[in-house]
Design a protein around this ligand. Structure first.
Ligand code: NOJ
Length: 581
């Protein structure tokens, strides 16, 4: 997980015009069917939305969000255009890593509610055609999980081999040089039995031993248990980390220190081991038996790695996240073209994500401090019009910014305490959802577990709903357009004007439907022209579907289109078209 920081400054909203989408295209029903008449799976057409339950909506006013809070916002989500919600871990947990340290996989933490609340949320969501994706923390449990408590109780425990226990190299020396992602050695000495256990993350998150077949059985049963309860799939946490070299070779040391003061090393022997794919294939079989989808937290560093996560026969993860796209981190048509081309070239269905609970919000990473709202719309215009499944992070649709702690004593995320001030942790991107401009942004009447940024006064659901030029209204229109446009859902991606350093343009083409997307990634007015002869559209005309152009909203020709700074222009193209799908 990489962290990116950029300084914040006051956002200045560029005024713009929003066209009501023109839905002259094939009507596509948003029904909860698993597969459509043309063979597309539901998750290929779906818009996913990540909810960090601590921060979404607090129904019992204790300062922490909960499941009933989520249930109370389902109409909002439906109206926004969300088809599936991924809820980050809401299982019982000591909350060392805010839920990613699970102490019981088959229950709900009382701070979030009960299983009954979950069932209610699930049935309410179902009524609205919204599916639920749970988070599956498969690499490690909490050190308070009953398996680990038993495992650590003695060397002869029936659960001993469920975790990775080893003798030290010598007195007070861990078994090897592996460093934990969250600081310090990846081994912790347990005085009771005098052995070390392995933890890739915090010491309170001991790694499960996936080489023991009992783990597979127990963990796969967890997924079956939730499938029976109606969940539509899982987001697989930290899949890269499932296996370790059984011989425990030292990792190569790279020189220098990381932000926690540990030696930098290449994770040659404890990340992305090939055995992972056997587990994923089998997990996929269970998912298939239940008509479910697997979304992967896959930190791939190149295309080949991403490709592998789909499986050689598309028999592993259906939706591995492509962070290479989300991490372009500059408004560079060149870089985005490259990443889109890469995603397009894999044999699976692309996934586009630009923010999550571990990354500085995209509003800050891409914003220039002066035109952040316009840039937020520009980014929406990009990742919501590509061929693939987008995953929105809550609050992205209202232009939420990071609210990083200013004093170390306020930090909640343990890595923020350890890495201060270089790494302030992940609190900043996890602050409460901003519902209105009342106290605590309408999230709770109690003091929220994390403070809301001042920008909640302008960037909140209620205020933005009333403003036709808001980021939220742009998302609503764009998602409505996406859901009704076969070209945007299923069409080929055809890059245009590939040498343009400022404007990213492409067609999405499905049978005789063609949509043109033009994104001015610069802060300067641009003029663009398109020659679509090669696409069989030489005499084409355009009809605006959605734009934020204010001075030249209607641009019926394909030549001399004027684009204001950071403009988004989406148009239906009509003319003699070729059918190549
Ligand atoms: C990835 C999760 O997204 C992150 O929040 C968590 O800390 C680690 N995995 C450990 O589970």
């Amino acid at each position: 997980m990489r962290k990116l920081h950029r300084s914040l400054s006051v956002a200045w909203a560029l005024s713009f015009f929003l066209f009501s989408p023109v839905f002259g295209q094939t009507k596509i029903q948003r029904t909860p069917q698993n597969i459509d008449s043309e063979g597309h799976q539901w998750w290929q057409h779906a818009v996913f939305y990540e909810i960090y339950p601590r921060s979404f909506a607090d129904s019992n006013n204790d300062g922490v969000g909960d499941l009933n809070g989520i249930a109370s916002k389902l109409d909002y989500l439906k109206d926004l255009g969300v088809d599936a919600i991924w809820i980050t871990p809401c299982y019982p947990s000591p909350q060392v890593d805010f839920g990613y340290d699970v102490s019981d996989y088959e229950n709900i933490d009382p701070m979030y509610g009960t299983l009954k609340d979950f069932d209610q949320l699930s049935s309410q969501a179902k009524k609205r055609g919204i599916r639920i994706i749970m988070d599956f923390v498969m690499n490690h449990t909490s050190d308070q999980h009953k398996w680990f408590l038993d495992s650590r109780s003695s060397k002869t425990s029936a659960y001993r081999n469920w975790y990775v226990w080893r003798d030290g190299k010598a007195e007070n020396q861990p078994p090897n040089n592996w460093v934990a992602l969250f600081g310090g050695p990846a081994w912790k000495l347990d005085p009771k039995t005098g052995q070390y256990y392995y933890h890739y993350f915090y010491p309170e998150q001991p790694d499960l031993n996936w080489r023991n077949p009992a783990i597979k059985n127990a963990m796969f049963d967890v997924t079956r248990w939730w499938y029976k309860r109606g969940v539509a799939g899982f987001r697989l946490d930290a899949v890269d980390t499932l296996y370790e070299d059984p011989k425990l070779h030292d990792n190569p040391v790279l020189g220098g220190k990381n932000r926690y003061g540990d030696p930098n090393e290449e994770n040659k022997y404890n990340l992305k081991l090939p055995e992972i794919h056997n587990v994923l294939r089998d997990l996929r079989k269970v998912a298939d038996e239940n008509g479910a989808v697997l979304v992967g937290e896959t930190w791939t560093s190149d295309l080949a790695e991403l490709e592998r996560y789909y499986g050689a026969h598309n028999d592993e993860i259906q939706l591995p996240m492509d962070f290479l796209f989300g991490y372009v981190n500059k408004l560079s048509p060149l870089e985005f073209r490259k990443q889109i081309a890469a995603a397009e070239s894999v044999h699976g269905w692309p996934v586009y994500v630009i923010s999550n609970h571990d990354i500085v919000r995209s509003y800050v990473r891409y914003g220039d401090g002066a035109h952040n709202d316009a840039i937020a719309k520009l980014m929406a215009g990009l990742y919501l019009t590509l061929r693939g499944t987008p995953i929105l992070y809550y609050g992205e649709e209202i232009g939420m910014e990071n609210n990083n702690p200013v004093r170390v004593e306020d930090v909640k995320d343990p890595i923020g305490k350890l890495g201060w001030p270089q790494d302030k942790g992940r609190d900043g991107e996890r602050t409460p959802m901003q519902w209105n401009n009342s106290a605590n942004a309408g999230f709770s009447t109690a003091k929220p577990w994390l403070p809301v940024p001042q920008s909640y006064q302008t960037h909140n659901v209620a205020t933005e709903t009333k403003d036709p030029n808001s980021v939220l209204q742009f998302y609503r229109h764009l998602l409505a357009l996406r859901h009704t446009s076969r070209a945007l859902l299923d069409g080929n991606y055809i890059p245009l004007n590939e040498n343009d350093p400022n404007v990213l343009s492409y067609l999405r083409q499905y049978k005789d439907e063609t949509v043109l997307v033009v994104l001015n990634m610069s802060g300067v007015e641009q003029k663009v022209s398109f020659d679509l002869t090669q696409q069989g559209l030489s005499n084409a005309k355009t009809a605006t579907l959605l734009t934020i152009l204010s001075t030249h909203p209607d641009q019926p020709a394909l030549t001399g289109i004027t684009l204001e700074p950071f403009a988004v222009y989406i148009a239906k193209v009509s003319g003699a078209s070729k059918t190549n799908n």
